[in-house]
Design a protein around this ligand. Structure first.
Ligand code: FEO
Length: 392
């Protein structure tokens, strides 16, 4: 575990950060690389009533408990708001309820249903389920709750605190990375987080954004990543773009896989041709690079090239897997070009085209490149032609 930069500790005079940086994590949700760690954010509002906002992940339980007890400074929590009951935020709810028998959970009706599924704790009489627009007065601080289902689970709600104008956004506006490793480049790991965690739920994120529009927000307090205080329009605009499935960056993303390096060579040649034409290009080796980052780039750019050999009369598995990821995240509204390879019966382009026909609003260029084993003079010509087609 790590010490958090003091600038994140005090959200406002009465709202304290009590979350934890996890630097030991290898995979978030058991699948996403977290090389810079992860923060599990939790907050404490000290007013006439004392309110905890979410807890933490099981792996950081001891440090969170210590943070909470220190921040309480002898006071007793009256409420524990659970905006999201996924275990990375709700693992310590039952511990807090056991420790403070008068403490009540405030959550959505769905969360009231889900919470008991995660432990043997008896929640009878310990949960107050709130409805859309319901308010909770803590003294001068008042929380207004509103439901934001599927951002990122069905039970999720957000809360607006009207005194300091804090929007508690659950997973929304979160990112990969521990706070002690935070840099100025918020978007890079926020984008990878968004598309892999919430990418499928663009319509629900749009609905949530519309609900937040009525609030005068000065601070965004998410459950991962830094508390956001400045230039909030920037973050809101990115979330609007991402959740509408609009490309963020004009450019081409080349995703490739290769058995013996020939398809990779062709992909690299295409990258060079596109760069020479003035295009911004990103490239990823699906067998070696981070799949979650490839998914992120597929959403980020307006055009994508899929380059894969034929394998066992099908598509090389890394590309098959990538397409599966894109389908499951509702990837849509993009233009695609295809490159295939095969020594005796190249057919991966046809098979990729068939799969893409099942996606929403994907345009596949007629022009494609077929490599017969290795890059020849005619392949180079076809790559040049494809680069030109992609720039029109
Ligand atoms: Fe950060 Fe959906 O949990």
């Amino acid at each position: 575990m790590a010490t958090v930069d003091p600038k994140y500790i005090t959200v406002s005079d009465d709202v304290l950060y009590i979350g934890v940086d996890d630097l030991k994590i290898d995979l978030f949700e058991g699948q996403y690389a977290a090389p810079e760690g992860m923060s599990y954010n939790s907050y404490l509002i000290l007013d006439e009533k004392v309110c905890i906002m979410d807890t933490t992940d099981p792996n950081t339980k001891d440090e969170w408990e210590q943070n909470l007890i220190t921040a309480l400074n002898g006071r007793t929590p009256d409420y524990l708001v659970v905006l999201h009951c996924e275990p990375d935020h709700a693992a310590c709810v039952s511990w807090a309820l056991e420790k403070w028998p008068q403490c009540q959970v405030i959550c959505s009706a769905k969360a009231a249903q889900f919470l008991p599924q995660f432990s043997d704790f008896d929640y009878t009489g310990r949960i107050q389920a709130v409805k859309e627009g319901e308010k909770l007065s803590l003294g001068k601080h008042e929380l207004e709750f509103f439901m934001t289902p599927m951002v990122h689970w069905p039970e999720v709600m957000m809360a607006y605190e009207s005194y300091d104008k804090i929007l508690f956004t659950a997973d929304a506006f979160g990112k990969f990375g521990a706070l002690c490793h935070e840099t100025d480049d918020w978007a890079c790991e926020a984008r990878r987080y968004y598309f892999n965690i919430c990418g499928k739920y663009g319509a629900q994120v749009q609905a949530a954004l519309k609900k937040t529009a009525k609030f005068d927000v000065k601070i965004i307090a998410p459950l991962h990543g830094p508390v956001l205080r400045e230039n909030l329009m920037y973050y809101g605009k990115l979330y609007d773009t991402w959740s509408k499935y609009e490309p963020e960056t004009k450019g081409v993303f080349i995703a490739h896989c290769s058995l013996h390096g020939n398809t990779a060579q062709a992909a690299q040649l295409l990258k060079d041709e596109l760069a020479a034409l003035g295009e911004k290009v990103a490239i990823s080796d699906l067998c070696r690079d981070d799949m979650a980052e490839a998914v992120e780039d597929a959403f980020r750019y307006d055009r994508i090239v899929l380059a894969a050999p034929t394998y066992d009369s099908g598509i090389m598995p890394a590309m098959d897997d990538f397409l599966h990821h894109l389908k499951s995240k509702a990837w849509q509204r993009r233009s695609v070009a295809l490159m295939e390879n095969g020594t005796w019966a190249p057919q991966s382009a046809r098979l990729m085209r068939n799969q893409l026909a099942e996606f929403k609003d994907i345009t596949v260029l007629d022009q494609q490149v077929t490599i017969k084993s290795s890059v020849k003079a005619e392949t180079r010509e076809a790559i040049k032609a494809l680069a030109k087609a992609l720039t029109h």
